[in-house]
Write a protein that binds this ligand. Sequence first.
Ligand SMILES: N[C@@H](CCC(=O)N[C@@H](CS)C(=O)NCC(=O)O)C(=O)O
Length: 238
Amino acid sequence: MSSQFPVLSSSTKVFVLELYSYYRSTASYRVRIALFLKNIPYIYKSVSKLRKGESKFTAEFSKINPQKMVPTLIDGQAVISQSLAIIEYLEECYPQPPLLPKDSLARAYSRQIALLIACDIHPLNIKRVRQYLTSPMSHNDSEKMDWYRHWVDEGFTAIEFLLVNSTFRGSFCHGDQPTIADLFLVPQVYNAERFGCPLKPYPTICKVYEVCMNHPAFLAAQPHLQPDVLEYSPDDEY
Ligand SMILES: N[C@@H](CCC(=O)N[C@@H](CS)C(=O)NCC(=O)O)C(=O)O
C-alpha cells in the first residue's frame, strides 16, 4: 500500500548539519539566526580548544577549514565557510521562510546592508586585526578602541541613512519579516554595544534591533545562550 508520506529506505543517508561556531563570533551569530529562523536542526561544534591553542584541535580544524575561521558549516561531505555563502546555501536548500525579498531591487537593498557590514565594518574590526594593531604595530588599547569605533561609526552612519531613506523599511530592515539585512545587523549591533560604541546617533538601527530582539529566532541565537559560553573566560577579548 502506498503512503502519502515519504519513507526513507534504510540505505538513505541523512545528515544533520554541523556548525563550527564560537558564541561571541558575530559571523557565526548571523548563521545561527538563519538556522533558527528556518527551524533547521543542527549540531553546535565548539571551537574552544582551537581558541585555547591546543594544537591537536588546531590541526584538526585546519584540515576542515584551512582558513581556521568560524562559522564553518558541514553538510555531509560538504564544508562551507563564509557566513554569506552559508546563509545563501541554506536559503536555497530550505527556502522557507525566505530571507531575501522577492523584488530584485529589494533584494539588492537587503544584500547592500548585509555586505556593508560583512565587507566594510566587520573585517576591519575582528580580533586578529585588533591584535595586529597592538603588535607588531605598537598602538595602545585606547587607539585600538578608537579604530574599532571609527569603523562602526562610518558603517552605521551609512546604514542609518539607508534605513531612514528607504521605502523598503518596515519594522525590520525590509518590511515586517526578517531578511538577510537583519541577520547581519543584529550581531554587529551586539558587538558595537560590547565595545562601548555610542548608539544614540543611530535611532533607526536601534529600533530595528529592538524589533529583532523580540523575535524568538534572534533570541535563541544570542551569544550568551550558546553551549560553549562556559568554556571561555568572560574576560577573553574577541
Ligand atoms: N568573512 C567571514 C568572517 C569570519 C570571521 O571573521 N570569523 C572570525 C570570528 S567572527 C574568526 O573566526 N576569527 C578567528 C581568527 O581571526 O583567528 C564570514 O563572514 O564568515
